[in-house]
Design a protein around this ligand. Sequence first.
Ligand code: TLP
Length: 344
Amino acid sequence: MPFIDLRSDTVTLPTPAMREAMATAEVGDDVLGEDPTINRLEAMAAERVGKEAGLFVSSGTMGNLVSVLTHCGRGEEIIVGDHGHIFLFEAGSASAVGGIHSRQVPNRPDATLDLAQVEAAIRPDDDHFPRTRLICLENTHNRCGGACLTPEYMRQVRALADRYRLKIHLDGARIFNAAVALGVDVRELTRDADSVSFCLSKGLSAPVGSLVCGPADFIHEARRARKVLGGGMRQGGVIAAAGVVALEHMVDRLADDHVNARRLAEGLADIPGIALDPSQVQTNIVYFDLEEGAPDAAEFCGRIAGQDVKMGPTGARRIRAVTHHGIETDHIEQALGVVAQVMA
Ligand code: TLP
């Protein structure tokens, strides 16, 4: 990598083992259900997250949209965190494509939604209102600094959802980061969700793709929603092959990214003009603020990029840095050196 690129874990490159698997992948027409590599990946993914079936989709955004479209009809409503990726960063797709309304509940800093507020947001049966169908959660939570939702919290949301006959969709783009950080089997985190989507192309380093997993009848319908979006794949096994390698070999090493993120946060916290609490860093995402008197986010990012370190501005004085495969301890030390110089 020419830069120390901490803008996102989406910048990860396929590993040599992935490229080898892609070159030799057995493929077929997946729209006809005949791509053995996609079939294998979907079965592996479903087994891994403890669901009956899986569906390979092109991106995390498509995984969330397919899930929401499958759970909800036009004029129905989802409850989603106000910092949720589905609400903030998916181009309003549920509304644009599905006519689905969203109701936001504030995310707390630990990524949870207050259950009393969720309950208050559920619509009574009254023809003035859209019908509430779905609660969307996110684990790990991107905007909440990579915070993890716990199995206990998921159980509580399940109990509430059951009382009102609502479904739960989990945007688990980084669900394996959460499982590794909490030291639990990923199924502990997915059990109480009706559907879960997770990404292969973030910390797991595959070039393309996400999975939606859930009950077999849900996935049957989700396949149709994917088709509506033009997402049916033909010989997609060429890319699914990298996903198989990702699930087999790239999950446990996420722990290294978490160690690097913590080290980065500790180093940043020692630099005058930077505000953050390293104890809040649970996984691979670090947010920090540039204090008054320091360069603003745009200037800061421009100046560190001039020294081959990239981070992403997420506000006028707020920066995000994400650790991932390809970023080693030495890179963290180098990045800290560049930041210290720019802040001096
Ligand atoms: N997030 C990207 C950007 O869109 C912000 C990033 O760099 O982190 N859910 C979550 C929680 C995500 O963080 C992302 C990507 C997605 C869904 C969407 O995944 P893709 O990019 O594959 O559509």
